[in-house]
Design a binder for this molecule. Structure first.
Ligand code: UD1
Ligand code: CA
Length: 450
């Protein structure tokens, strides 16, 4: 009887030496979150009964990130076969299928994994199903030796003969196995090979030796990209960005130059959003319908309601809540503030820890002085208020509904609804003074030269 029970083992104990980083390799981000989180989402699609991640010593942050997955520490890194042995204690009594994934191969698709499981549960009842692929450069990958009767063996590059090295079909590392037969095979893994490691790949030859069938399915090179260096991280980022751009376009957004727009894994764009070139969406951004985003904007942790016009060069920082039909123009930074429907902040402003009431107009160069070096304070701008250009609003301060602030003011006290407040030096004028000044100076200069 074919079981539909599934356990997943994720190998992630690798040091990632070539990353030259203090961070465990699989914690490096792709599209704004650790690469392991991408793999977690894909694994979740399979609804596994158990998941065990094999991690290295001192990787507490990784253990916390993968929770509720169980983790087991592989204290000595003795190979992929040895890593799988460590997971055994969490899989006692489990007799369904077991899938082995690599934490540093996070782009693998759920559909590919489904195909592997279908093959594993299919009529040939293979003990091991290996995911193969044909990279443009087969380099140092293990090679799949396939015969008429299925997969015969996996040979590691270092251990391969010159003829075997010519095989284009490579081992991605991903395996699906029959849990009932796995541990009996794993017990017999040895380390008599070029690296002196326990190779998980030897399971294939062992199973064949027992007379069991092994098979392979093929995946796309792009989804099987392994990340070992920062250069490979950048290649993987490009793949993820392409996927996110394609999804945004398919979802009804216009990207004028898609390859210049950078998304995070969770960016949400409404319908008929238009994004001009060179825009960055950091994590946690939601954009409503019919929003136009002009070039060179940078957003993170913000929500924008329908019909807004943003940028060029607008910066929305965490907890910026932008209401319907708002205009945020060039060189405007908004942080932890609510800008209510129809308000305009069009030029050269900093709005932090503030509310800008519906329909208010914040003039060019307005600054909320929200920080005194110790505490952050709130600025509250009422509905329909008009803040003249180059105003400093020294928080905590409140401008009432419909109030008008004269340009160049430094507002330190609350302004009542409907009032005019002007707080700047009074203008004075001395008629004819300039002419008298110039004449005097010219005379001084002539005398001096004598
Ligand atoms: C492995 C495969 C090779 C395949 C390649 C694909 C073996 C013997 N070889 O080689 O056939 O083409 O992956 O990328 O399996 N890991 C541990 N503990 C260990 C060793 C490894 O957790 O003791 C983890 C690593 O963190 C990594 C994965 O297993 O996520 C693969 O290990 P790595 O050493 O990179 O294997 P390769 O030599 O590349
Ligand atoms: Ca590798």
């Amino acid at each position: 009887m074919v079981s539909d029970k599934l356990a997943v083992i994720v190998l992630a104990a690798g040091l990632g030496t070539r990353m030259r980083s203090a961070l465990p390799k699989v914690m490096h981000p792709l599209a704004g979150r650790p690469m392991i989180r991408h793999l977690m989402d894909t694994v979740a699609l399979l609804h596994p009964d158990r998941v065990v991640a094999v991690i290295g010593p001192g990787m507490e942050s990784l253990a916390a990130t993968v929770a509720p997955w169980k983790t087991v520490v592989q204290s000595e890194r003795l190979g992929t076969g040895h890593a799988v042995m460590q997971a055994r204690k969490h899989l006692a009594g489990f007799d369904g299928d077991i899938l082995v994934l690599y934490g540093d191969t996070p782009l693998i698709g759920g559909a590919t994994l489904e195909r592997m499981l279908a093959e594993r549960r299919g009529p040939r009842d293979p003990a091991v199903v290996v995911l193969g692929f044909r990279p443009t450069d087969a380099g140092e990958y293990g090679r799949l030796v396939v015969g008429a009767e299925g997969l015969k063996a996996i040979v590691e590059h270092r251990d391969a003969s010159p003829e075997q090295r010519l095989i284009p079909l490579c081992n991605s590392g991903v395996l699906a196995m029959d849990g009932k037969r796995l541990w009996g095979l794993v017990d017999r893994l040895g380390n008599d090979n070029a690296k002196g490691e326990y190779y998980l790949t030897d399971l294939v030859a062992l199973a064949r030796g027992d007379g069991a069938c092994c098979t392979h399915v093929e995946g796309e090179p792009q989804e099987l990209l392994g990340i070992n260096s920062r250069a490979e991280l950048a290649v993987a980022e490009a793949v993820v960005q392409k996927r996110l751009r394609d999804a945004a376009l398919a979802g009804g957004a216009t990207l004028i130059a898609p390859e210049t727009v950078w998304f995070s894994w969770d960016t949400r764009l409404g319908r008929d959003v238009v994004v001009w070139p060179q825009v960055v969406f950091g994590p946690g951004v939601t954009i409503g319908d019919n929003v136009t985003i002009k070039g060179f904007c940078h957003f993170e942790g913000c929500t924008v309601a329908a019909g807004c016009e943003l940028g060029p060069f607008a910066r929305l920082r965490p907890e910026a809540e932008i209401g319907e039909g708002v205009h945020i123009g060039n060189f405007v930074e908004i942080k932890k503030s609510t800008v209510e429907a129809g308000a305009k902040v069009n030029h050269l402003s900093y709005v932090g820890d503030a509310r800008v009431g519906a329909g208010a107009n914040v003039g060019a160069g307005t600054i909320t002085c929200n920080y005194d070096g110790f505490n952050k304070s709130i600025t509250d701008i009422g509905e329909g208020a008009f803040i003249g250009s180059n105003t400093s609003l020294v928080a905590p301060v409140k401008v009432g509904d419909g109030a008008i602030i004269g340009a160049g003011s430094v507002i330190t006290k609350d302004v009542g609804a409907g009032s005019l407040a002007v707080a700047r030096g009074t203008q004075m004028e001395l008629q004819g003074w300039a002419e008298r000044f110039r004449r005097g100076k010219a005379a001084e200069k002539t005398t001096g030269e004598d």
